[in-house]
Design a protein around this ligand. Structure first.
Ligand SMILES: [Zn+2]
Length: 390
């Protein structure tokens, strides 16, 4: 994210620098320099130097302008390239930053791209065929199954889909374990995820470290008495081919038990907003993985870290142009790029790193650079800790 103040400073400094250099080249007084009043002394010097026939005064003036030009040049250079914590804007630069700067408040943001390798379909992506097994319900709009009012009246299609979305035997990916490694090393502040598959928890990451922006089925709630059920309970239920809709076990209740994922008509968890305010100002490295950065408000979180904080994107495609963000411009609505430049090459950005490819490959490469690869491979081989085994 470019700091607007930096841009303004750079523009002004560059303009003044050009004018100062022109004055030196021309060997005569610069009226524009005088007009700009770059400094009080400069204005006085020009006024006091009306004659071009006095070489000594010209020399003094030229020397003065040169020194001003040099100062502005340095200022401009500093503005164009704010001090970067990264030696290089690639994966090696991020690895070096982790080793030398030792960030302790890393925030991870992830989307469906990190779970597709686990075999979980992205149910928002058209054409994945996820809704095809709902034909028997003759739904007007298949997405109605994520509508709370519809669900209360007809929960069966949702649970039919849930059996596909939340399979019991799904395994976390190396990417999930990499974040657990960050936690193990005391570097993870929070993991903000758009995913509802609970693979973060299944990989063994502490629940307190995970903020599922769209909820998850790590817990479920009875719609009637609000009794809570855990991941093991709902998974066992979904895994039973003879059962479809789970009902509350509290005596005399019999309410529908709904996984705590966020339906279309529901607000995002209050905790999500609290954690944004609490965590992002402290963030010292942002790692974004497997997301198109198109779903708001999640996508705009990348702008919540300080302007000097490095941001790494591991993804198959460059993202960062957000077509939905619009602003009034001369009475017309225009789109503008989101101020994150992953892979899009904003020249003066020296803290954004885009590593193109599968997330699993990216995290393994990073782990190797950090010397964590053997430890990570062992963690993956061991699988989830017994405490989360179902
Ligand atoms: Zn109940």
């Amino acid at each position: 994210m470019s700091d607007p103040n930096t841009v303004v400073t750079r523009s002004r400094a560059k303009k003044a620098q050009n004018e100062a250099e022109n004055a030196v080249q021309d060997g005569q007084s610069s009226s524009s320099l005088n007009k700009d009043k770059t400094s009080g002394n400069a204005g006085t010097a020009v006024k006091d130097n009306p004659s071009s026939s006095n070489p000594s005064k010209i020399d003094v003036f030229a020397s003065f302008v040169e020194s001003v030009g040099q100062s502005l040049k340095e200022a401009a250079t500093e503005a164009v390239r704010p001090s970067s914590p990264l030696k290089t804007t690639d994966l090696a630069g991020i690895a070096d930053y982790i080793k030398t700067r030792k960030p302790k408040n890393i925030i991870v943001m992830s989307g469906a791209g990190i779970s597709t390798a686990a075999g979980i379909p992205d149910f928002r992506t058209p054409g994945v065929g996820l809704y095809s097994n709902l034909a028997e319900y003759d739904l007007e709009d298949p997405q109605d199954i994520f509508d709370l009012d519809f669900f209360k009246k007809n929960p069966e299609p949702f649970f039919k889909l849930a059996k596909v979305l939340f399979p019991k035997d799904v395994k976390p990916t190396p990417t999930h374990y990499f974040v657990r490694m960050l936690e193990k090393k005391g570097l993870l502040l929070r993991w903000f995820t758009q995913n509802i598959d609970s693979l973060e928890v299944r990989a063994g990451v502490n629940k307190e470290k995970v903020m599922a922006a769209h909820g998850s089925h790590a817990s479920s709630t009875c719609l009637k008495c609000k009794r809570k059920y855990n991941l093991a309970w709902i998974t066992k239920h979904l895994d039973d081919p003879d059962k479809l809709v789970p009902y509350c076990e509290k005596e005399g209740c019999d309410g529908i038990v709904k996984p705590d994922i966020i339906f279309f008509s529901e607000s995002l968890p209050r905790d999500f907003f609290t954690k944004i305010v609490q965590d992002f100002p402290c963030c010292d490295l942002l790692i974004v993985m497997g997301t198109s950065l198109e779903v708001q408000p999640f996508a705009s979180l990348v702008d919540e870290v300080d302007s000097e904080i490095p941001r790494l994107l591991l993804n198959r495609e460059a993202v960062g142009v957000f077509k939905g963000r619009k602003e009034s411009e001369g009475g017309r609505r225009a789109t503008r790029p989101l101020e994150v430049c992953y892979g899009l090459g904003i020249k003066h950005s020296n803290r954004d790193v885009f590593h193109r490819g599968d997330c699993d490959d990216g995290v393994m490469a990073l782990a190797e650079m950090l010397g964590w690869d053997a430890e990570l491979e062992e963690m993956i081989a061991q699988g989830p800790p017994t405490s989360v085994l179902l």
